[in-house]
Write a protein that binds this ligand. Structure first.
Ligand code: ATP
Length: 336
């Protein structure tokens, strides 16, 4: 038993499920990972980065499927350079791209993956049925996968990552290609992988917003470098900006509605940035911020076109935090 042999992890002395130190991967023309030092604790952790940031490369190196150029790393306490096959026994992997053979059914495929992971035939069949039910595939699991929707294919890919009862799963862009409802369902499933089974999850995405409700902790990488690693709560705080859009006054009594609202909100102590004649960005100070905005707009006799938490794109986040204090740094709470 690799984990028992490596009792440090089992006994919880070292709790990090993933740990890297100066991990670097150079290809001929590009440095995909650049001195990456990060620790991932048990739970649901998001790995966020724009396309090409190095997410898939990191996952492959963590699984022992590709060697690092320099630096080191551990997964579940096992050295990635020397213990790759043991790591893969304990870690499930959902690849980014469609890798499902079209002519076989989900059941046949997942049973096959379970057998490859070393499960005996009966256990493989039982685990396959349980896992496919868990991801929400029922009668259709006997049909060839070529006819599946993208959502169904993503579920099969998740099921094969879970079938051998891993301690940790690495999910590469599991919401790719899904519509908003499909994304929500997939994110709910991912959350339950941890809450129902206690399996830790590292999930990648290029969309920061979609992981805010799913992950306990977020690791952001850019150009293969660590940009930030901190709890989701502290991220949300840092990115909690409300977009406020107001109408003109119905009787044109206010010449510049946006400016008037801005002045009043600033006088009420809020941090406000104008974004146009009718649009403002207001930093969410606390729950009262919503009421203050609604009341202010109503008192001026204006209408509210929208009042919503702004969804940040990763690119914006990079701009917002791309300074000496955060580049390559780790927030205080990251190690907690
Ligand atoms: N086998 C390879 N040979 C050469 N360059 C590679 C190879 N694999 C990845 N790269 C390069 O390394 C960088 C990081 O790629 P990686 O696939 O890890 O990014 P990513 O964050 O997963 O993005 P995406 O979601 O688009 O796959 C990119 O510039 C990519 O072109």
């Amino acid at each position: 038993m690799p984990l028992a042999a490596h009792g440090r992890y089992v006994e919880g002395v070292s709790t990090a499920v993933i740990k890297t130190e100066g991990l670097t991967k150079r290809f001929a023309r590009v440095t995909a990972l650049d001195q990456l030092t990060v620790e991932v604790q048990p739970g649901v952790v998001g790995l966020v980065g724009a396309n090409g940031a190095g997410k898939s490369t990191l996952i492959k190196i963590l699984l022992g499927l590709a060697p690092a150029t320099s630096g080191r790393g551990e997964v579940l306490g096992l050295d990635i350079a020397t213990r790759g096959s043991e790591i893969r026994e304990w870690v499930g992997y959902m690849p980014e791209h469609d890798c499902l053979p079209p002519d076989v059914s989900a059941t046949e495929f997942v049973v096959h993956m379970a057998r490859m992971a070393g499960l005996p035939a009966t256990a493989a069949r039982e685990r396959t049925a349980d896992t496919l039910r868990h991801v929400g595939l029922y009668e259709e699991r006997y049909r060839p996968m070529g006819g599946y929707s993208t959502g169904m294919k993503q579920r099969v890919k998740l099921a094969q990552a879970l079938v051998h009862d891993p301690k940790l799963v690495l999910l590469d862009e599991p919401t790719n290609g899904l519509d908003p409802a499909g994304r929500d369902e997939m994110l709910g499933l991912i959350r339950r992988v941890h809450s129902d089974f206690g399996i830790s999850v590292l999930v990648t995405t290029h969309l920061l917003g979609e992981l805010e409700r799913t992950c306990d902790h977020l690791v952001v990488i850019d150009g293969g470098k660590l940009l930030r690693s901190s709890s989701t709560a502290s991220f949300t705080e840092a990115t909690a900006v409300l977009a406020v859009e107001v109408t003109d006054h119905p009787e044109d009594l206010i010449a510049e509605p946006g400016a008037e609202v801005r002045d009043r909100l600033a006088a009420a102590g809020l941090d406000v940035q104008p974004e146009g004649s009718h649009l403002l960005l207001v930093r969410l100070a606390d729950e009262d911020t919503y009421d203050t905005i609604r009341d202010t707009v109503a008192e001026l006799g204006l209408g509210l076109v929208r009042l919503e938490q702004r969804r940040h794109r990763v690119a914006e986040l990079f701009t917002a935090h791309d300074d000496a204090s955060t580049r390559g740094g780790t927030d205080d709470d990251a190690a907690s």
